[in-house]
Design a protein around this ligand. Structure first.
Ligand code: SF4
Length: 498
């Protein structure tokens, strides 16, 4: 199915939004973030990893003369492509077919899984290796392959670690960011047959993973990768990695399957390089990633190796619904992760609290759009609206504005609690009647200045509000308006005297 035939989140079969069941799905974020804030190991891991990303990104940007012009060029490419999405997707399909490959269209994650299972079944595949692919995370592909009796191995180091830990990724480019070195060592000791091997440093851990993965690469019947971009005029899938695992996954098995979403297409290699210039700098602070590979079809007669089947599966999963909607900007996302690294909320709670594959500010917009706002109504509120995400986004996506629109929608669709709606209505009425508003704030100040009354309020009236917030203790100076009026009077009398 090509874009233009949308499916609604209620009728399609997205995988379960949370890895664990929760009695109240919409409140998953609140519950999980409270747990995350109390997890010292997680807090340590997040602080260490994210500080590094922020510094490296700002250095990488300072190293180029005019990063803003790079951003503008990348944004122009995306704007142009989205305006002509159907044209470039059709061109991409024609060129893949010309190169001897096959393009498949999947409306839903379930369709994507079925296409892959069908290919695996036809090739009698027993073993699959995977490069990093957020689309396969969207589809929960590993579970579908395992249920069909196929051995699946993630080959990106971070993905390999979380696969062993049976956890979902907690960051879009660093899936195991929440794990410390000691936790990875313990995991390898538990799951690998180590013998005498020592694992007391990071290099030893990497060697250990390499040792395990080498044979998996050689044995795989099918290799599945994601794609950072799809080049329409050559019919190629571009994969960028820092580990080279994408190349081994794509070239060693006899079948290479690329999973990508429809907005990944760009017109040509020049357009792709405009995006590459901002991608690695925004993501890891590198000028360019270690490996940038293009896969354009099955191996030819003169090739010494390579797959004899090449498939690209294009997933829609609500994206064609976003096209032309107030949320179209979200389709410009190149999954660099910069908004996650700079978000004070993500930095405090990590990725698992967001409950699905896309965390942080971009996830708080994407998840409700893909899985339905009802299922994830906490997420648009998981933001302080500090605006840092928009500032660092190389594609200029107005994330706070998109979150604000989702909050409005939540209110319109009656997804907020009656208490919130009642409080907002009361507040709106209050600010429209300043005299009453000032009388209420004055009365509240008097109550809060009295410790006995404050305790009563805390214990019996605003219990849930007080459970996560606290008010300043000293109210003797008066309300904000009283202090403001006092200051203004003092300034005026000073001016008169001088
Ligand atoms: S929203 Fe922007 S900053 Fe966030 S991942 Fe996408 S492109 Fe990067």
């Amino acid at each position: 199915m090509k874009p233009g035939k949308p499916t609604s989140p209620e009728t399609q079969s997205n995988p379960p939004i949370h890895s664990e069941t929760s009695s109240n799905q919409a409140l998953f974020f609140k519950a999980k973030s409270s747990e995350a804030l109390l997890d010292d190991t997680l807090q340590q891991a997040l602080k260490k990893a994210q500080g590094g990303f922020i510094e490296k990104r700002s250095q990488a940007i300072a190293d180029v003369e005019n990063f803003d012009s790079y951003k503008q060029q990348a944004q122009l490419v995306k704007n142009h492509t989205l305006d002509h999405l159907a044209y470039y997707l059709t061109q991409f399909e024609e060129n893949v077919t010309k190169n001897g490959g096959h393009v498949h269209w999947a409306s839903t994650p379930e369709q994507l899984n079925n296409i892959i299972l069908h290919i695996c079944e036809r090739r009698d595949a027993k073993s699959v290796t995977k490069g990093k692919s957020m689309i396969s995370e969207e589809a929960n592909l590993n579970a579908a392959l395992e249920a069909a009796g196929i051995d699946v191995t993630e080959t990106d180091l971070g993905e390999y670690i979380i696969q062993l830990a049976k956890e979902p990724p907690s960051h879009i480019i660093v899936p195991a960011i929440h794990k410390t070195r000691q936790q990875v060592e313990a995991l390898f000791r538990e799951t690998h047959d180590l013998g005498e091997r020592d694992l007391d440093n990071i290099a030893a851990l990497v060697d250990e993973a390499r040792l395990q993965l080498r044979q998996k690469f050689l044995d795989a019947d099918v290799g599945i990768t994601g794609a950072n971009m799809l080049i329409a005029d050559t019919g190629s899938a571009m994969v960028v990695t820092n580990e080279g695992n994408g190349d081994l996954t794509a070239t060693l098995p006899k079948v290479h399957i690329v999973t990508a979403s429809i907005e990944k297409v760009v017109p040509d290699l020049e357009s792709a390089s405009a995006i590459l210039r901002v991608l690695a700098r925004s993501a890891t602070g590198q000028p360019i990633t270690s490996y940038t590979s293009l896969f354009s079809g099955p191996s030819g007669i003169e090739d010494l190796d390579g797959p004899d089947e090449f498939h690209v599966i294009l997933l829609d999963n609500q994206r064609s619904q976003m096209l032309g909607s107030p949320f179209e900007d979200m389709l410009k996302c190149i999954k660099c992760g910069a908004c996650l690294n700079h978000c004070p909320v993500y930095s405090a709670v990590g990725g698992h609290a967001y409950g699905w594959v896309y965390p942080g500010p971009m996830g708080s917009v994407l998840t409700p759009l893909m899985t339905g706002l009802k299922q994830s109504s906490d997420l648009p509120n998981a933001s302080t609206f500090c605006g840092r995400c928009e500032e660092v986004c190389p594609m200029g996506i107005p994330l706070p504005e998109l979150l604000r629109q989702l909050r409005n929608k939540e209110h319109e669709d009656h997804l907020t609690s009656w208490k919130t709606r009642f409080s907002l209505k009361g507040f709106m009425w209050g600010i429209q009647h300043p005299r009453v508003f000032h009388w209420i704030t004055k009365t509240l100040r008097m109550i809060l200045a009295n410790s006995v009354l404050t305790r009563l309020l805390e214990k019996h009236v605003l219990t849930s509000w007080y459970s996560s917030k606290e008010l300043p203790k000293n109210y003797s100076k008066g309300t904000f308006m009283e202090q403001y009026q006092q200051d203004s009077k003092q300034k005026k009398s000073k001016q008169k005297k001088s």
